[in-house]
Design a protein around this ligand. Structure first.
Ligand code: C2E
Ligand code: CA
Ligand code: CA
Length: 552
């Protein structure tokens, strides 16, 4: 770069050259004035213009002497002013350049900070985390030290975000990040990877117990309730850990394995899990599955199965439950347990549910054309139910496929309505006004209060299969099943038992007054196009309770 002094003197030269021009004109004009003045003076004083008269006028007229000085005065003055101007302008330019340079540096720093930090919490982001992890791995390798990566994902954050809105969700994330900042040592790195996911790199790990100490501290820090929007919220995190060099020697592998451990912690609800290779069996898939699921919804790689619910008195099939499958190119047909929790975690559950609804209603319309007028029951996750747009989307789809509202049942779980009771009640009332029926799914596995249940516009309870499967051999399960049937009837609700796998269970439930039955004994979930064949053959053989097992 050119030295500042040189730039200044070059500028001065340039500007002086420019400013000197008017001074030169001044000198020329003054010289012209001297000539005209002298000629006129010679003519006025001596009557003619000759060299002799001009010299005479010059030597005798004092006024001309003064006039003679003007070109020199102009020249000097021009020189002086132009130099002054040039210096002033030059240093102004220099000042501005300096100011600009300072601003550019500040902007560059800001841009660098923005690119490497999370806007909401100002914590390092994924880019900076990877950079620091890379460096930390180098020095850990050199010094033969251990290092740990922890991945932390808030439990139920999606629900909170969906229910209370993004503003409150963001506030919660800020609270969480400031609590985390206090428990993570300055030498370690705390980063936000996006959404409700945080990472901690423990750069210096003396013993393995250190990990547990940090995890305990984190969990303790997150334990007290958060006050948001007048609500007391309890939010815990699931944490997964991976160690260098035991579980990986590069950032990607370590983060991936910490993620696998975190996912296991979430599933087991155990709070913290340290990676072991045994966790791998379902996990590498999981990572690619997330992005594949988005495409699968778009490209129609999902398909539906329908499982009849048989009326225990008439043996008719008034409705079927819709169950989604993912026909994965490599992994074959995948059941919902393998991807619904992931869809719920990533927000894909909403488009997925709309896909399911659309195709279920389309199928319903097809059956109606051949004289089968069945109701369809669709499973709805909490996030979907509490989405303010959901009721309108349902209305639109019902109208598009010309399906009467009472032919649609929404199966919702107790936990999804308990999370935000007021909002749930509001949305469910909207559906009830439209004529859409509501069923409480997996009844008995949640903690809904009876008084609240009574307020809800619900028309049926589904006893979870975990109670039904063993009810013949397990006295406790039998008691729960019986109590649920009585409770439902006392509340004026229909009761459906799912997981009916054999004739004895079927008969027992029927004799206890259970209104509808669903399970492999009656039929496996089947493809829509295969349902009419099963239905007519079941009807021919005298009712729905036929084990016409079909796995397609
Ligand atoms: P769920 O709502 O409790 O659905 C009943 C599950 O029990 C189904 O499993 C069904 O195939 C299975 N089942 C039915 N009869 C029997 C039986 O006699 N014995 C046994 N052992 N199982 C039986 P599936 O299809 O794997 O679905 C699992 C869960 O995935 C469902 O549980 C539901 O919670 C969820 N799910 C399925 N489809 C959707 C969907 O479209 N959206 C959402 N949000 N969740 C869905
Ligand atoms: Ca269900
Ligand atoms: Ca269930």
């Amino acid at each position: 770069m050119m030295p500042v002094g040189q730039i200044l003197s070059d500028n001065v030269r340039l500007l002086r050259a420019k400013a000197t021009r008017p001074a030169v004109y001044g000198v020329l004009i003054a010289t012209l004035a001297v000539i005209i003045g002298t000629v006129l003076a010679a003519f006025v004083s001596y009557g003619s213009i000759s060299a002799e008269n001009i010299i005479k006028a010059q030597s005798s007229n004092v006024a001309l002497w003064v006039l003679d000085l003007t070109p020199f005065a102009f020249a000097l003055w021009g020189q002086y002013v132009s130099t002054l101007m040039a210096y002033e302008a030059g240093s102004m330019v220099m000042d501005q350049t300096q100011a600009l340079r300072t601003r550019t540096t500040a902007l560059e720093y800001q841009a660098m900070h923005d690119a490497t930090h999370d806007h909401l919490t100002d914590l390092p982001n994924r880019i900076l985390l990877l950079d620091r992890l890379e460096q930390a791995l180098h020095s850990a390798q050199r010094e033969k030290r251990k290092l740990a990566v922890l991945l932390l994902d808030l439990d139920r954050f999606k629900e909170i975000n969906d229910t209370l809105g993004h503003y409150q969700g963001d506030r919660l994330l800020k609270h969480v990040s400031s609590r985390l900042k206090h428990v993570v040592r300055e030498a370690d790195t705390l980063a936000r990877l996006g959404g409700d996911e945080f990472a901690v790199v423990l750069h210096h790990l003396a013993t393995l117990d250190d990990i547990h100490t940090v995890v305990t501290k984190i969990r303790k820090a997150l334990a007290p309730s958060y006050m948001l929007d007048g609500l007391n919220l309890d939010v815990q995190a699931s944490i997964g850990g991976a160690l260098f060099p035991d579980h990986g020697t590069d950032p990607d592998t370590l983060l991936q394995r910490a993620d696998i451990a975190m996912y296991t912690a979430k599933q087991e609800k155990s709070g913290f899990v340290l990676y072991t290779p045994q966790l791998d069996h379902n996990s590498p898939r999981r990572l690619t599955l997330m992005s594949e699921l988005r495409d699968a919804i778009k490209n129609g790689e999902l398909s539906l199965r329908f499982q009849p619910m048989v009326d225990s008195r008439s043996n008719e099939v008034p409705e079927l439950e819709v169950l989604v499958r993912w026909e994965h190119k490599q992994h074959g047909v995948m059941t919902p347990d393998e991807f619904i929790p992931m869809a719920e975690r990533t927000g894909l559950i909403y488009p997925l549910t709309l896909w399911v609804l659309k195709h279920a209603l389309e199928q319903q319309m097809e059956w109606r054309k051949i004289g089968l007028d069945m109701g369809v029951a669709v499973n709805i996750s909490a996030q979907t139910l509490l989405d303010p747009e959901f009721p309108d989307q349902v209305t639109g789809l019902l109208a598009a496929y010309d399906v009467p509202t009472e032919r649609l049942i929404l199966e919702i779980t107790e936990s999804s309505i308990m999370f935000d009771q007021e909002l749930a009640l509001h949305i469910l009332s909207r559906f009830a006004e439209m004529g859409v029926r509501i069923a409480i799914d997996d009844f008995g596995t949640g903690y809904s209060s009876l008084s609240y249940l009574k307020k809800l516009p619900v028309c049926q309870l589904k006893i979870d299969k975990s109670f039904v499967l063993d009810m013949l051999s397990n006295e406790n399960d039998a008691v729960i099943v019986n109590a649920t049937i009585d409770l439902a009837h006392n509340l004026g609700l229909r009761v459906v038992a799912e997981g009916v796998e054999n004739a004895e269970t079927f008969e027992r439930l029927k004799s206890r007054g259970c209104d509808a039955l669903q399970g492999y004994y009656i039929n496996y979930p089947v493809k829509g196009e295969n349902f009419p064949a099963w239905y007519y053959s079941a009807a021919r053989s005298g009712g729905g309770a036929n084990n016409l097992a079909s796995t397609t």
